[in-house]
Design a protein around this ligand. Structure first.
Ligand SMILES: N[C@@H](CCC(=O)N[C@@H](CS)C(=O)NCC(=O)O)C(=O)O
Length: 149
């Protein structure tokens, strides 16, 4: 077991990736971090001589592993990608995709309008405004589950 010192806590506005430079699984996570412009630091792990503190964070001892400022540890590459994909994009990928795919592709725009006419969609969808109003309350732990009834 390696005796390299344990790194300090993850800075508040950042996320930490435990990685290995040639790991293809970790590359998945790095792709999402870069694509979304998420601020992160990297600690590369010697996988043949793992530090004890790393095994305490992730008993599987595998990379990629993410650590948040709150001390949450996330591993298994598809799960790390999903976790990061849910984080807000700093480079505004949402607006990018909206611009490219919705505003500039008439077929997709038509399909979306068509979907909004579908009875199953109609029965289950809320307007963007209602969603916003609900989540505003939800975020401050005052969810109005009856909103819009
Ligand atoms: N299922 C894992 C596989 C990750 C994996 O195998 N990573 C390798 C490096 S490429 C590793 O950490 N090996 C260390 C070990 O098995 O002890 C994932 O998708 O994250």
């Amino acid at each position: 077991v390696a005796r390299t010192p344990e790194p300090g806590p993850v800075p508040k506005d950042s996320i930490r990736l435990y990685s290995m430079r040639f790991c293809p699984y970790a590359q998945r996570t790095r792709l999402v971090l870069h694509a979304k412009g998420i601020k992160f630091d990297t600690i590369n792990i010697h996988l043949r001589n793992k530090p004890e503190w790393f095994l305490e964070k992730n008993p599987l001892g595998m990379v990629p592993t993410l650590e948040t400022p709150a001390g949450e540890v996330i591993y298994e590459s598809p799960i790390t990608c999903e976790y990061l994909d849910e984080a807000p994009a700093k480079n505004d990928a949402g607006a990018f995709f909206q611009g490219i795919f919705l505003d500039n592709t008439p077929e997709l725009k038509k399909w979306r309008a068509h979907m909004l006419e579908d009875p199953a969609v109609k029965a289950t969808i809320h307007s963007v405004e209602s969603h916003k109003a609900f989540f505003k309350g939800y975020a401050v732990e005052k969810p109005d589950y009856d909103y819009g009834l």
